[in-house]
Design a protein. Structure first.
Length: 317
């Protein structure tokens, strides 16, 4: 157990497999003790069939939480052993069902004493332990159904990566990255337009000198994301959130969310009450991000972009 003391909880899968192997090894010997010719892996299927007269493989898989191929393989093995039989559903001839054979029914009677003794042994272990493993397993299963271990690790990775992200003000040295990141995503989905060139070829004159701002997201010092606030003078909106682009290298690092939050905070610091943006619904991750930030769909405003099919606003409170 020194290995698990050193690795800690990150080796939970390996430790659970070792525990499973120990229990399964004992289970095989326990069947022999009661003169029952059974493989431990068959038990969930066998028990489910012992409780109900017949079931389809799909129903069995759902009941015991196994995959369809796994249950199908177990049924094949039990058929060869003569413990189960296949037939047609009496109420629906199109469905194949499985049930215990006469030999299987005899085993189900014979196994009753074994189950009593095994249950008593488990209760004894539970009484001797400080932690209730059975209840804990149930809790873990429930929590992992709500959010998988993979999803939780992805979230933790994003949190850790976020600590390496620095949002800085635009400087002339970032003009090329500001242009290239935007050209990359626009060209991937659409066609560059005249207004794009105006903003990207001359961000100083088109955005900054008119009262706008540009922020740059750096990951471990490398600029991987950009976003602009374009000053608006239409009497309704203070700024337009525009030219947000994130490098594919930054995918999964939460750069877009942090960058957008920073640009909104910048607008707030300047006394803005409403921010406007234009996008396209084909950009689903971007649209989801905007909704997450609190933007709501609006309509009817003239746009210089042919690719725009959705307009949104954020009311700053």
């Amino acid at each position: 157990m020194n290995f698990f003391e050193q690795t800690g909880k990150v080796a939970i899968g390996s430790r659970l497999r070792m525990l499973t192997d120990k229990v399964t090894e004992d289970a095989a010997q326990i069947y022999k003790l009661y003169n029952i010719d059974m493989q431990p892996k068959w038990f969930p299927v066998f028990y489910a069939l012992a409780q109900d007269k017949e079931k389809t493989i799909t129903e069995l898989a759902k009941d015991i939480g196994h995959s369809h191929p796994s249950v199908s393989k177990i049924i094949s093995e039990m058929l060869k052993k003569g413990y189960v039989k296949e037939g047609k559903d009496k109420t629906d001839g199109r469905r194949n069902v499985v049930s215990l054979s006469l030999a299987g029914i005899e085993i189900s009677k014979k196994i009753e004493d074994q189950l009593i003794d095994v249950n008593a042994a488990i209760e004894e272990i539970s009484a001797q332990s400080q932690n209730k493993l059975w209840e804990a397993i149930g809790e873990w299963e429930f929590l992992l159904e709500q959010k998988t271990l993979l999803r939780r690790v992805v979230e933790k990775k994003k949190e850790r990566d976020s600590l390496k992200i620095e949002i800085v003000d635009y400087q002339p040295k970032y003009q090329e990255i500001f242009r290239s990141l935007n050209v990359e995503w626009i060209s991937q989905y659409f066609t560059m337009e005249e207004t794009d060139y105006k903003a990207l070829d001359n961000p100083q004159g088109y955005i900054l000198d008119k009262g706008g701002f540009i922020l740059v997201a750096r990951y471990e010092g490398e600029p991987l994301g950009v976003c602009a606030l374009v000053k608006m003078n239409d009497g309704e909106y203070d700024f337009e959130l525009a030219k947000m682009a994130v490098s594919p290298k930054a995918q999964g690092k939460n750069v877009g969310f942090l960058l957008a939050n920073a640009i909104i905070d910048k607008a707030k610091s300047l006394g803005a009450s409403k921010i406007y943006l234009e996008s396209n619904t084909i950009l689903k991750p971007a649209i989801n991000l905007y909704h997450k930030l609190g933007f709501q769909k609006v309509a009817g405003k003239p746009t210089p972009y042919t690719r725009c099919n959705i307009q949104m606003e954020l009311v700053i409170r």
